[in-house]
Design a protein around this ligand. Structure first.
Ligand SMILES: C[S@@+](CC[C@H](N)C(=O)[O-])C[C@H]1O[C@@H](n2cnc3c(N)ncnc32)[C@H](O)[C@@H]1O
Length: 361
């Protein structure tokens, strides 16, 4: 048995219950996100509760009302109940699978947290049944190797998508996950209103609001499409649509393009929410999480980026400072760093201008 204090919660981790201290930063981000969203007394479904720490923290620190905690593992039940009692949080604790719960309850929830082992994909369909217009959903995947293309067949099978196994992989992985969710959500007449997307360590977590309506659902699906990437010159492009015309040849150097997707090509973040999160940050937030939110807040919200070291290697020149390349482009083009790759720059400059900036840096 292990006792931990995280945020305002005091948690006992019993045998059989999963608790990863390395995910404290992500739990801090989730609390901060809900605070920035500003809702009060909302109903929460912590659908993969383990110790119950998320549901409990949302109640103690982020204004949640009725809390429902679910876990398929019977061995977690007594521990979740004990932790709720210690923290004086009232709510329902159920030993059920997401699948069974969502197909039997008549309740819907204003906030849903999904944090399974590995992929979130098999749970999205059922969770749509307990969602309503305005439901805030937060979903984590830890199968990043699959989404990033280390096991492409697993990505075809789980997400119905071709991954990008190159420097764009983490951003493409995040967009494949969102595109997958948008497709399932649209079957329930929900569109996605993206609020925040985080790719860090071994996980991807996406935060969005479900907007109900046929128009919203169609608009959401229209924001998906495909990416193309040239392994020779490292340029990329993207095309919206379910069956867009995509050239098999790179428009910059004529080499063969790698096509990946389908994936989300819309915005990943809501800058208003990010700004509020940055302004709200309490002192006890994990310092790495604080830095991560800062980085995301300052990144351009457009698809894909250039990796400076990959381009210098391609050009056969020595290392150059990313900061200097950014300085060369700034003023004439929009340009920023990206949390998806510490060596990457996002910009609206064409690749020819990026190369000029690298050569002049
Ligand atoms: C990664 S842990 C959750 C960790 C927790 N959210 C935290 O932040 O500490 C995943 C939990 O989901 C539970 N789980 C797995 N499949 C499930 C399912 N189909 N329905 C409900 N719970 C499930 C597991 O028993 C496990 O306790």
């Amino acid at each position: 048995m292990q006792r931990v204090v995280e945020g305002r919660a005091r948690i006992t981790v019993r045998q059989n219950a999963f608790y990863n201290p390395k995910m404290k930063g992500l739990r801090d981000i989730s609390v901060l996100f809900l605070r920035a969203m500003g809702a009060k007394k909302y109903s929460v479904l912590d659908s993969t509760a383990a110790t119950g720490i998320r549901g409990i923290r949302y109640r103690l620190e982020a204004g949640a009302g009725k809390v429902t905690l679910l876990d398929i593992n019977k061995g977690t039940l007594a521990g979740i109940k004990g932790n709720m009692k210690t923290n004086k949080v009232k709510g329902s604790v159920l030993n059920q699978s997401i699948q069974k719960f969502c197909n039997t309850t008549e309740d819907t929830f204003q906030v849903i947290d999904l944090d399974p082992f590995g992929t979130a994909a098999p749970y999205i369909y059922d969770l749509m049944k307990v969602s309503e217009d305005g439901t805030v959903m937060m979903a984590t995947c830890t199968d990043t190797a699959v989404l990033c293309g280390a096991h492409p067949q697993a990505c075809y099978k789980t997400y119905g998508a071709v991954p990008a196994h190159n420097e764009l992989c983490h951003e493409a992985a995040t967009r494949i996950l969102i595109g997958f969710i948008a497709k399932i959500a649209s079957q329930f007449n929900f569109g996605l209103d993206m609020k925040l997307s985080v790719s860090n360590l071994h996980y991807i977590r996406v935060f969005f609001v479900l907007r109900h309506g046929a128009k919203e659902a169609v608009e959401s699906v229209k924001r998906t499409g495909f990416g193309s990437f040239c392994n020779q010159c490292r340029s990329f492009s993207y095309s919206f649509g379910l069956a867009p015309k995509i050239s098999g040849r790179c428009s910059n150097c004529g080499s063969e393009n790698l096509i990946f997707g389908p994936l989300w090509l819309g915005n990943l973040h809501d800058k208003k929410v990010l700004g509020k999160m940055a302004a709200l940050q309490p002192d006890d937030i994990d310092p790495d999480a604080k830095r991560l939110i800062g980085r995301i807040n300052s990144e351009m919200d457009t698809p894909f980026f250039y990796s400076v070291p990959k381009l210098t290697r391609q050009l056969g020149i020595g290392a150059v400072s990313k900061r200097k390349v950014i300085e060369k482009l700034a003023g004439r083009y929009a340009v920023s760093e990206t949390h998806f790759d510490l060596d990457g720059i996002k910009t609206d400059a064409p690749i020819s201008e990026v190369i000029k900036a690298i050569k002049g840096a």
